[in-house]
Design a protein around this ligand. Structure first.
Ligand code: NAP
Length: 274
């Protein structure tokens, strides 16, 4: 459908956005559903986020938020979901009953990608690399899925401690790995890379898999067409592994549900993405 006066604008706000795969698969899903909407990526500065987010929503549009504006967006939306409140990050916004709602579909997107790889994570032992926004979404999804234990390893240990304290103040499920040499004695059902290491072909691996006693499966949140070196290394060791494309797809599908109150055609989206 060609854009017209009633076309809804669904915008991705971030910086940078030129590499984003979201316009490709969201526009494919919009077309497949025969909706009068268009998904565009808009690069914007921090001081432009409030005006764009509120203006687009009030004009009947909706959108996604990406790096580095997710925390700012979490403070701007009027009706945050529990995922936004607990992670302090918002990646999806829309207007409902005159108020701007916000969700963090990275949480549900990760949960869906992890289920596809290892089945329900209930009872699983998981190692999470990184302690930024994506790691918070991952840890929250794992707590909600009743993972047995979640170990967090980050370059700056203080940030890992803050993440653990913020999401699991009683320290029942989330533990901080203070020294990577501890991992020689540890086995995990799933190891998740929630750092950007691997985005560029010459990046060092987020963690050499030989440093962990046992790795059941590997989920790399980094999206690279052709796969990441870390995923290829895991596959060469016979470890089931997936990159970030499936999580990207599922966070996008959940955002689509918030905007249009209907399910997208997942197969169509997946084909457009891959
Ligand atoms: P972020 O908030 O900037 O956090 C990055 C984290 O990675 C920090 O803990 C940082 O450690 C660590 N880190 C950065 N560079 C590193 C390196 N070279 N080696 C080891 N650790 C490093 O970023 P984010 O929002 O969490 O995103 C992390 C990654 O997840 C990005 O690649 C992003 O594209 C990806 N992601 C994918 C999806 C998906 O759908 N597939 C969704 C969300 C995010 P310090 O604390 O020490 O700085």
């Amino acid at each position: 459908m060609d854009p017209g006066p009633d076309t809804r604008l669904i915008a991705l706000l971030g910086d940078p956005v030129h590499h984003s795969l979201s316009p490709r698969f969201q526009n494919a899903a919009i077309r497949a559903a025969g909706l009068d909407a268009v998904y565009l990526a808009l690069r914007c500065d921090p001081d432009q986020v409030e005006g764009l987010l509120t203006g687009i929503a009030q004009a009947g549009g909706a959108g996604n938020i990406t790096i580095p504006h997710k925390e700012h967006a979490a403070r701007l939306v009027e009706v945050p979901t529990r995922a936004v409140e607990r992670t302090g990050a918002c990646n999806t916004f829309w207007l409902q009953d005159g108020r701007i709602h916000g969700d963090n579909t990275d949480v549900s997107g990760f949960a869906a990608a992890a289920r596809m790889l290892i089945g329900p994570p209930a009872g699983a032992r998981v190692l999470v690399l990184g302690a930024g926004g994506a790691a918070r979404a991952v840890v929250l999804a794992l707590i909600d899925a009743r993972a047995d234990s979640i170990h967090v390893l980050n370059r700056s240990v203080d940030r890992a401690r803050a993440l653990a304290q913020g999401l699991d103040s009683e320290g029942r499920r989330v533990a901080v790995v203070e020294d990577p040499s501890e991992l020689r004695r540890e086995g995990f059902d799933l190891v998740v890379n929630a750092t950007p290491a691997g985005m560029h072909p010459d990046d060092a691996a987020p963690l050499g898999l030989g440093r962990i006693a046992r790795t059941g499966a590997v989920l790399d949140l980094v999206c690279r067409v052709g796969g990441t070196t870390w995923v290829r290394d895991a596959a060469a060791r016979g470890i089931p592994a997936a990159d970030g494309l499936e999580m990207l797809l599922h966070q996008g599908a959940d955002a689509f549900r918030r905007w249009f109150e209907q399910d997208p055609d997942l197969d169509f989206m997946r084909k457009a993405l891959r």
